[in-house]
Design a protein around this ligand. Structure first.
Ligand SMILES: O=C(O)CCC(=O)CC(=O)O
Length: 260
């Protein structure tokens, strides 16, 4: 297992693709998932990019520092990983809280990035109240108590019926998420509000929405694309975990963005 040890936690990561001068492309996962949510992107893109994927703190095989976390902590985790691997610049793709991390990085560490993709995210996700309710539920009843509602937000019923293995794989990563890590990321989400800052993002940015995403609807992604200096938006069929539900279209949109 490859991981970076920091003073309060360790970050598990994985690199795919050859080291022969190809540009770096970093993927950052969503709440309650792990780096395997990007398996279909890594497979499609690792001949063109050197792919770095990591598990958010408290997710997958990364350990959980004590909560609360701030969005800036998540951004600094990414920078620490780049520094330790000698990555001066990378493209970045993050979904939901991973996309919020991408926005924070675009504002606060623009020089480390080439192009940025943010998917199924917003400059502010949910409300302090909705996150407090989620934190109470997971603390009192455990992560499994959220599985049914999470599945409904993440995937269209038709996709679940057609692709049960792909859905079940990511639900296994959800079930394996530590309560501390999940709660810590919910605290970061409760406080994060980049609406007044994202206008500073000066790198090309592609915002990808799921047309039926009940968490971050297309209007949220359109707003990000409109706020940044060089933004574009595409909407794909599906709900929140759009890189899995519309994997081929997602990969095609990424390729078009990189090669345009
Ligand atoms: O997916 C995320 O990273 C946060 C947004 C959210 O509420 C995810 C979910 O539907 O559980």
């Amino acid at each position: 297992m490859t991981s970076l040890d920091l003073s309060t936690h360790s970050l598990h990561y994985r690199i795919d693709g050859d080291a022969d001068g190809k540009p770096w492309l970093t993927f950052c996962n969503s709440l309650g998932t792990d780096l395997h949510m990007w398996d279909e992107q890594a497979e499609a893109l690792s001949s063109d990019f050197r792919i770095l994927r990591y598990d958010l703190r408290g997710h997958g095989r990364s350990t959980s520092p004590r909560s609360p976390y701030a969005l800036s902590d998540l951004g600094r985790d990414a920078i620490a990983l780049f520094d330790s691997l000698g990555i001066a610049q990378t493209h970045f793709c993050g979904l939901s809280i991973g996309g919020l991390t991408g926005q924070w990085l675009g504002v606060h560490a623009s020089e480390r990035f080439n192009k940025i993709i943010v998917a199924a995210t917003a400059a502010k996700i949910g409300t302090a109240e909705s996150w407090a309710t989620r934190i109470d539920a997971v603390r009192q009843k455990g992560i499994d108590s959220l599985t049914a509602s999470t599945t409904e937000r993440w995937f269209s019923p038709a996709f679940h019926v057609a692709e049960p293995n792909r859905v079940n794989r990511i639900l296994e990563s959800f079930a394996a998420t530590s309560v501390d890590g999940y709660v810590g990321c919910c605290t970061a989400l409760a406080d994060a509000d980049l609406r007044s800052e994202i206008g500073q993002i000066d790198k090309p940015l592609l915002a990808i929405s799921g047309a039926d995403d009940p968490v971050c609807p297309p209007a949220d992604l359109r707003a990000i694309a409109a706020a940044v200096k060089h933004g574009g938006h595409v909407s794909l069929p599906g709900r929140h975990i759009i890189n899995i539900e519309s994997a081929k279209a997602f990969n095609d949109a990424i390729k078009a963005f990189f090669y345009q």
